[in-house]
Design a protein around this ligand. Structure first.
Ligand code: GLA
Length: 400
């Protein structure tokens, strides 16, 4: 009887029934850089090394950025045994050497693959090779895997089953890895992916504009922000809504749009995956993406996303709960024109959602993140003028 019990137990483990995602990683939104938004299909190992160097030299690593992720087009083919091979022209030293280089800089290394037979640019995907690829990534020391859904959607693959299969393969390979799902929000991953991955894309690709919709479906950060509002409750430590990589510093946004894009990603508790050329950055961009107050809002241990409690055609107001009875409030001018705003504190919708918590404290003092000064209390009305696409950001703390 005892033998039978043991046999059943061992079989259950071998079948992988207890497979799971790696726990206790990505407890705050992952921060790093990815090749796609700036380099696209042209990425080379030289560029990746240069970005790792720049991440250290600019102080980004010290500010908390840690992942250097190679997106699509590093792959080439499979060998006779089915092992995935890197492009010999653009990645001549191979992925293990690149991972070692990134690690030698005190950073972590990420790669990209796809649940379908091909990646989005048509190179070999992982379908049918999930366990083999997971073992390969583990042998290279990969710390982050972004897993796309091209061709999988065409072939009618089930998203939950496809991602769960790769999750199990990664777990079996035994090397802890952040698993980043990328099925573009099509099957509402925020409803099922908490047990599967650590972050999950919620929309079609971002592109380098504030508000636009391309024929490909790619859209601006303001469009994505709108789509993020209704799913704010689905964030938390170890499982993040991913509104896509940042376009800050890529040239298509004005300085104020860069500022608002980055601020709102921090309000959403979004993964902060930079998408610009780190070796050639404006001082203003570097200052913005290393702003300690902003990063603290993004990385707040509660892991809450912001709730949009005033939605106006021009001025939107978002509130985010922070650790220690604190709150962050962002006032965003979504229009291109200068606007006056006047916001009373006793807004019904805000008190309805956060009634008990927000009202448990009589009065808050406001700290203005931009000029690093106190800005009155919640006894005063919040009013002023905001330039087009500008954002105000306050941290509220209880007045004792
Ligand atoms: C998809 C993803 C993008 C990027 C490209 C690469 O479009 O959504 O983020 O990874 O594929 O081909």
């Amino acid at each position: 009887m005892k033998k039978l019990f043991l046999f059943v137990l061992v079989s259950v483990f071998n079948l992988g029934i207890y497979a799971q995602k790696f726990e206790n990683i990505a407890l705050t939104p992952p921060m790093g850089w990815s090749s796609w938004n700036y380099f696209g299909r042209e990425i080379t190992e030289g560029d990746v090394r240069a970005m790792a160097d720049a991440m250290v030299e600019t102080g980004l690593r010290d500010a908390g950025y840690e992942y250097i992720n190679v997106d699509d087009t590093w792959q080439f083919d499979r060998d006779a045994e089915g092992n995935i091979l890197a492009d010999p022209e653009r990645f001549p030293s191979g992925m293990k050497a690149l991972a070692d280089y990134v690690h030698s800089k005190g950073l972590k290394f990420g790669v990209y693959s796809c649940a379908g037979v091909k990646t989005c640019v048509g190179l070999p995907g992982s379908r049918g090779y999930e366990f083999q690829d997971a073992r390969t990534y583990a042998s290279w020391g990969v710390d982050f895997l972004k897993y796309d859904f091209c061709y999988a959607d065409i072939d009618g693959q089930n998203s939950y089953a496809s991602y769960k299969l790769m999750r199990d393969a990664l777990y079996k390979a035994g090397k802890p890895i952040v698993f980043s799902l990328c099925e573009w929000g099509t099957t509402k991953p925020w409803t099922w992916a908490k047990e599967v991955g650590h972050l999950y894309r919620t929309t079609i690709d971002i592109t380098d504009c504030a508000e636009c919709l391309l024929v490909t479906g790619a859209r601006g950060w303001l469009n994505i922000l709108d789509e993020s509002a209704p799913i704010w409750k689905h964030n938390g430590p170890g499982h993040w809504n991913d509104p896509d990589m940042l376009e800050v510093g890529n040239g298509g946004l004005t300085p104020l749009e860069n500022k608002s894009h980055f601020t709102m990603w921090c309000m959403l508790s979004a993964p902060l995956i930079l998408g610009n050329d780190l070796a050639n950055m404006d001082a203003d961009v570097l200052k913005l993406i290393t702003n300690k107050d902003l990063l603290a809002i993004d990385q707040d241990p509660l892991g809450q996303s912001a709730y949009r409690y005033i939605e106006d055609e021009e001025i939107d107001v978002w509130i985010k709960q922070l650790e220690g009875d604190k709150w962050a409030i962002a006032v965003l001018n979504t229009s291109e024109d200068t606007k006056d705003f006047h916001i009373p504190w006793n807004i019904y919708y805000m008190t309805r959602v956060f009634q008990e918590k927000f009202n448990a404290v009589d009065k808050y003092k406001l700290y203005n993140v931009w000029d690093k000064k106190e800005w009155g209390t919640t006894d005063d009305e919040l009013k002023g003028t905001l330039e087009g696409r500008d954002v105000l950001l306050f941290v509220l703390s209880p007045v004792k």
